[in-house]
Design a protein around this ligand. Structure first.
Ligand SMILES: O=C1O[C@H](COP(=O)(O)O)[C@@H](O)[C@H](O)[C@H]1O
Length: 238
């Protein structure tokens, strides 16, 4: 695990963009493509915009394949859609339809999860290992849509599963921890004072995955890097 702490979120985003592009170059050179899973929520939008603005000519973007670690169970043109956020932010890259694997939210939640799992398996074949999975961290210590107290935390049968969030009264579709843990690289983006307690718990509290789901993320053969700002790091002990 590597902890990268920056003065502010802009510096962290600049650094993760370079890290991502370097991984993409390496992966394209080695296997001809780069398979990445995007995170949703509030933190990554600026990263996607920066990639489109400053890194458009650094790699061959036609060789990059995008998936989503989780998706809101809403239509693709709904303001809460992670797909809409990411594709709008990266529009200047002119990505092809076939490069972006979206969750089919026209299906019922369970079928949408099964369908996405099938789609991932078809893309990868035997060895389902993303080159990079980007993740965020919620102030309640969730990551992807692995929320505290939900059944999906204990699911080791599916790669993707639907999850109902009782307090929000919504469904989401999420990669499960076993799938995320098959990744070659996992990078968390975590900014702001509001995330400081959650980050401290994930990295320093005793293991309690029901309470702190992001503690589940420990790739079997991959590396985890955190890109955080000083505000998010403010409660860490050292
Ligand atoms: O990994 C993820 O984390 C976020 C929490 O991040 P935030 O930036 O919105 O606080 C989560 O909700 C998101 O969907 C997910 O991909």
């Amino acid at each position: 695990m590597k902890l990268n702490i920056y003065k502010d979120s802009d510096a962290a985003i600049q650094s993760i963009a370079t890290y991502l592009v370097d991984l993409a170059k390496k992966s394209i050179a080695e296997k001809g493509r780069f398979d990445i899973s995007l995170s949703g929520g509030s933190s990554p939008k600026k990263l996607y915009e920066l990639l489109a603005k400053n890194f458009a000519s650094d790699i061959d973007w036609t060789k990059v394949f995008f998936f989503f670690g989780d998706e809101r169970y809403v239509a693709h043109d709904h303001p809460d859609s992670n797909y809409l956020m990411a594709t709008t932010a990266m529009a200047p890259l002119n990505l092809g339809e076939a490069q972006i694997f979206k969750v089919d939210t026209s299906l019922d939640p369970e079928s949408a999860a099964l369908d996405y799992e099938k789609c991932i398996k078809k893309h990868f074949g035997e060895n389902v290992a993303f080159d990079l999975i980007l993740l965020g961290l919620g102030d309640d210590a969730h990551t992807a849509s692995l929320f505290p107290g939900t059944d999906i935390l204990f699911n080791d049968e599916n790669l993707v599963k639907d999850v109902y969030l009782k307090d929000k009264e919504v469904y989401r579709i999420s990669m499960t921890a076993p799938l995320i843990n098959q990744a070659k690289n996992v990078a968390f983006l975590t900014f702001g004072e509001g995330k400081a307690n959650a980050l401290q718990a994930i990295l320093e509290a005793e293991k309690d995955i029901t309470k702190y789901p992001a503690q589940l993320i420990k790739p079997l053969n991959g590396e985890v890097q955190w890109f955080i700002d000083e505000a998010a790091a403010s409660k860490l002990s050292n």
